[in-house]
Design a protein around this ligand. Structure first.
Ligand code: LR7
Ligand code: MN
Length: 581
C-alpha cells in the first residue's frame, strides 16, 4: 500500500540527508574527511604505548597492520576512486526507466568497473592494528530479489577482492524468487569464474528478505555468517576487524560502519568520520542513528576501537553462525521486510549477547531512490512492517513500553499477530533480561532523544462534521507547505492524527504546529512533550492556545486558524478512531 512504501521511504531518507538527532538536514550528509596522504609507516615513531582491544588485537603505531592490503596502482575510468558518474542526454530515458525498475540508475552503474577503487574512508589508525592470525572463516550471504545486474555482480567482485582468501570461506547468494531474466542462466554462467567460491541457491517461493537470510545461514558452512545487501562495495580490510571481534567473543554481533553510495551517480561518501554514531529507535520503531554517548566512548582506549550499540540498520553484520541459530535465528513469524533488525538486537542484548559497531570495518551501501519491489502475496490487512513490529513488541518489550508503541501506532492495536509462544518460551528458557534493563543499560540515550509518549486523548480521522472531508498531510514534510483536508479515505496513514494529553497533535513521528497563526505545518516534535492544542468534544472546536484561534475547514480544502466560533459548522471537528484493518 502507499502508506507502507511511504514509511519505507521515510526510513531510507533517514539515512540520507537528515541528522537523526535533530532532524536538521546534514550538509551533504557527510563529513568529507578522507585522508589524502595516508600516513607512511616511516612518518610514525613507534614510541606510543601499545593499545589493545579484546585480548588479542594490538595497535602498533608505525607498523602497518598484518592484514593491511597492498595499495593497488591507481586506475582511471568512470567512477574510479568513488567518483560520481553522469548520464548523457541520450542515456536519460533509459536511465530514468532503470531507476523506476531498480531504484538505481543502472545506466550509470553499468559504466563502472567491477573492481573500481573506492576511497579508504577509515580512521587512519585502522591501518596499524595487528589482528589475531587464526580467525574464524566467513560465509558472506547475499540475499536478493529482482536486483539489477551490475550492482549485484559488483557486490560479489568487491567481497572477493577485499577479503583475505583464506578467511572468505564462500559467498552464498540466495535468490528470493526473482523474475528478472538476467538473474537466471546468465548469473549461473557468470559465477563459474569464481571456481566454486560463489554459490547460488534459489527459493521456490518468495520468502522475503528475513526468511531468505535465515535460509542463507542454514546453507552456509563457514564459522561466521556475514550478511550484506546485494548492492554493496566493501572497503579496505573490512572483514578482518569483524571476525576479530567474534573470535574474541562469539556472542558479539559485529557491524561495519556503513558508507553511502548514491543511487544515481554512484559517488561513494563516508557517512561519518570524525564522530561515531550508533543505531537507536523511536517508539514507532523508525530506525535512527545518534552520536555515541560519551560514557560508551570512554570505555575504550582508542577511537578506532569498536563500541557497543543498541541496534543496527539490519542489512550488514557478522555473527558466529552457530550462535545465530542458538539464538533462534530470526523469528520465523516475521514477514518479508522490516523489524528483523530490532528482533535480533533486542534478543541478543536481553539474552546475553551484544552488538558492536566496528569503525575500522567500512562497507558502502547503495541507498535506493525508492523501493522498486512489492511484498508479494501476503495475507495481512495492516502493513507487513507493522505486523513485524507488533511481534517484536509483544515478545521483547515489557508492557509499559508496549504501550508507547501503541500510542504512536494506535490504528494497529488488536490486530492478530499470530503465535509468539515459541519466542516467549525462548525468552524464559534463556533467562532473558527485561526491556527496562536494556533501556537503562544499553539504549539509555533513547530516553533523552525520544522520551515516552504521553497517552493519546483522541486519535484517528479529524473529520468536519456532516462532511466527507478529513485532515490530510497532503504529502507535506517538515519545512514544507500547509496541510489541508481531503476526502476521508479511512485508511489512516496520512489522515491519522493523534492529540495527546500534553496538547500535541502528532501524525506519524511528526507534530503539527501553527505557522504565523494561520496555517498548519509538519514539524519535528519537541523533545519535552508540550503543545498548544485542545479539542472540545462537545463543540468540536480544535483550539490553538498560543494564538487563541481555532482550526477551520475552508470549502477550498484549506485548513486555517481563525477566530474561535464554537457552533460554527466549519469549526466542528469529529475525531473518529480508525483501525486500518
Ligand atoms: O523480499 C525481499 N527479498 C530479498 O531478498 C526483499 C528484499 N530482498 C533483498 C534485497 O535484494 C536486498 O539485497 O534483501 C536485501 C535488503 O533489501 P533492500 O536493499 O531493499 O532494503 P533496504 O536497504 O532498503 O533496508 C534496510 O532494512 C531492511 C529491512 O529491515 C533490511 O534489514 C536491509 O538489509 C536494510 N539495509 C541496510 O541496513 C543497509 C543500510 C542502511 C539502511 C537503512
Ligand atoms: Mn539495501
Amino acid at each position: 500500500s502507499s502508506s507502507e512504501s511511504e514509511a519505507l521511504m521515510k526510513r531510507m531518507r533517514k539515512r540520507k540527508g537528515v541528522h537523526h538527532d535533530t532532524g536538521i538536514p546534514v550538509k551533504n550528509d557527510v563529513v568529507q574527511n578522507v585522508v589524502e596522504n595516508p600516513m607512511e609507516a616511516k612518518d610514525l615513531k613507534p614510541v606510543e604505548p601499545q593499545r589493545k582491544f579484546g585480548p588479542t588485537a594490538v595497535l602498533k603505531p608505525g607498523v602497518l597492520g598484518n592484514f593491511e592490503p597492498k595499495e593497488k596502482p591507481a586506475k582511471s575510468g568512470p567512477g574510479e576512486g568513488g567518483q560520481a558518474v553522469y548520464t548523457s542526454m541520450e542515456e536519460k530515458l533509459r536511465a530514468d526507466q532503470s531507476v523506476r525498475e531498480y531504484g538505481f540508475n543502472m545506466v550509470n552503474s553499468d559504466k563502472i568497473a567491477m573492481d573500481r577503487a573506492i576511497p579508504d574512508t577509515r580512521l587512519d589508525e585502522c591501518k596499524y592494528w595487528q589482528y589475531p592470525e587464526d580467525l574464524p572463516t566467513a560465509s558472506v550471504i547475499l540475499v536478493f530479489h529482482n536486483e539489477g545486474w551490475s550492482t549485484l555482480v559488483r557486490t560479489v567482485h568487491s567481497v572477493i577482492d577485499t577479503s583475505p582468501p583464506h578467511l572468505l570461506h564462500e559467498v552464498v547468494m540466495v535468490d528470493d524468487f526473482s523474475e528478472k531474466e538476467h538473474l537466471k542462466g546468465k548469473l549461473e554462467e557468470y559465477i563459474k569464474q569464481f571456481n566454486g567460491k560463489v554459490k547460488l541457491y534459489r527459493n521456490k517461493e518468495r520468502l522475503g528478505l528475513i526468511g531468505t537470510r535465515t535460509r542463507g545461514a542454514e546453507l552456509s558452512t563457514g564459522d561466521v555468517i556475514v550478511f550484506l545487501d546485494a548492492h554493496c562495495e566493501c572497503n579496505k580490510n573490512w572483514l578482518v576487524p569483524l571476525l576479530a571481534r567474534i573470535k574474541y567473543d562469539r556472542t558479539i554481533m559485529a557491524v561495519p560502519t556503513i558508507d553511502g553510495i548514491d543511487w544515481d551517480n554512484f559517488g561513494y561518501h563516508p557517512v561519518y568520520s570524525t564522530t561515531h554514531h550508533r543505531g537507536i529507535f523511536e517508539w514507532g520503531f523508525l530506525y535512527k542513528e545518534s552520536q555515541v554517548p560519551k560514557q560508551e566512548l570512554d570505555r575504550r582506549q582508542h577511537n578506532s576501537e569498536p563500541y557497543r550499540a543498541p541496534t543496527h540498520a539490519g542489512g550488514l553484520f557478522a555473527m558466529d553462525r552457530k550462535y545465530f541459530f542458538e539464538m533462534g535465528a530470526y523469528d520465523p513469524g516475521l514477514k518479508i521486510w522490516g523489524g528483523e533488525n530490532f528482533e535480533l538486537s533486542f534478543k541478543l542484548w536481553q539474552c546475553g549477547g551484544s552488538i558492536e559497531w566496528v569503525p575500522c570495518s567500512r562497507v558502502g551501501h547503495i541507498y535506493r531512490n525508492h523501493m522498486p519491489y512489492g511484498f508479494g502475496k501476503v495475507d495481512v490487512k495492516i502493513p507487513v512492517i507493522q505486523l513485524n513490529y507488533m511481534r517484536v513488541v509483544a515478545v521483547w518489550l515489557d508492557p509499559e513500553f508496549q504501550e508507547y508503541f501503541y500510542t504512536r501506532e494506535p490504528g494497529v492495536r488488536g490486530y492478530p499477530i499470530g503465535d509468539v509462544s515459541k519466542q516467549l518460551q525462548f525468552k524464559k528458557e534463556h533467562n532473558c533480561k527485561s526491556f527496562k534493563w536494556f533501556m537503562e543499560n544499553v539504549a539509555y540515550e533513547v530516553y533523552e532523544k525520544f522520551p515516552p509518549l504521553p497517552p493519546n486523548k483522541a486519535w484517528g480521522e479529524f473529520k468536519l462534521e456532516g462532511s466527507n472531508k478529513c485532515w490530510d498531510v497532503m504529502g507535506q514534510q517538515v519545512g514544507g507547505g500547509p496541510i489541508g483536508q481531503s476526502y476521508c479515505h479511512h485508511y489512516g496513514g496520512n489522515q491519522l492524527f493523534r492529540l495527546n494529553t500534553k496538547g500535541q497533535i502528532g501524525v506519524g513521528e511528526r507534530c503539527i504546529k501553527a505557522s504565523g497563526g494561520s496555517t498548519l505545518h509538519l514539524h519535528f516534535c519537541d523533545v519535552q512533550p508540550t503543545g498548544p492544542w485542545s479539542w472540545d468534544e462537545n463543540t468540536g472546536v480544535i483550539r490553538e492556545q498560543h494564538h487563541d484561534k481555532c482550526v477551520e475547514g475552508m470549502t477550498d480544502g484549506k485548513l486555517l486558524l481563525q477566530r474561535c466560533e464554537p457552533g460554527k459548522a466549519s469549526q466542528k471537528w469529529q475525531i473518529n478512531e480508525i483501525y486500518t484493518w
